[in-house]
Ligand binder design. Sequence first.
Ligand code: 6CS
Length: 336
Amino acid sequence: MISKFKIFVLALTICATTLSAATWKYAMGEGLNDPQGIYATAFKEFIEENSRHKIKIYPVGSLGEETDMMEQTRAGLLQFLGQSTGYMGGTIPEMDLFTLPYILPTNTQQLDYFFKHSKVINEMLPSVFHQHGLELLSIFPEGEMAITTFEAFHSPNDLKGKKIRVMPGSPILVETYKAFGASPVPMSWGDLIGALKTNMIDGQENPTVWIEAYDLDNLTNVLTYTGHGHFNASASANKQFFDALSSRDKKLIKAAAAYAHKVILKEAQKLDAYGLGRIVRTNPSFKIVTLSKKERAPFIKAAQKVQESFADKSDSNQDILKQMRMDLKQAMKNGN
Ligand code: 6CS
């Protein structure tokens, strides 16, 4: 015969555990099958396998534009945010570090080492995110930036007057394409397809997995590799929500982020080859150009000014760029 007391304790335990079970909202700037979706799904699986909590993922478009999501997260309407770094520099200036031209390598091994061991990411950016009401969980690569246009280009002169769409949250992307001779047009993802179809713009940049997945290779004629940049994404949590969690749940979220980071970094090794391979297979007439070392020289020269402009914006930018260069030196040494 179970005593009344034991029934009371049992009811209390069930109630406490059910009470502690929550459903957390995770919004991101991509779909479930895209790199940010791979990260978010791995994060969700880890949380749900190791706790009673649930994660509800909102892919891009389900809660509005990618541009709105950071505000919704900072306001606490969302608990987690998956965001492309190209949307963040306008709010968190230091995040424009990841859109700087000719800083990140294109070698996937070196990138893998950098995104695993970078002091900038692991030691410097967390406090920067705190200042913006966010808890940084991860930053990861999605593939080399490739520029798709209607006409081929081989020099900044060829880009003169060409309207190139750039992600809407990055002053550095605007400065970069101006330095490359073009006329940058900041525009959210939701408007890009229509702008290409109506020739409102002359080109855009994205990694090949995205170009192929969203048919951008059928909306332009040429893909050009300049080696100037890499597409990166971040995952973060609302800081107030995170700080209020039990230490057990804090550890759970950090462990889920570490697991998802490992999953996406492994995947990231093959994204470029996968994206380009599919483009070549499904769209054999699409022109692929890789600028030569000589052709890249004027773009690399123009990029110096943009790098200096980033550093001049604040001591924090200066410090973070200095550390980035040291991190990348380590990555070049260890990443082959
Ligand atoms: O070009 C963009 O805006 C989109 N590109 C990628 C690779 N991810 C999401 C982003 O919104």
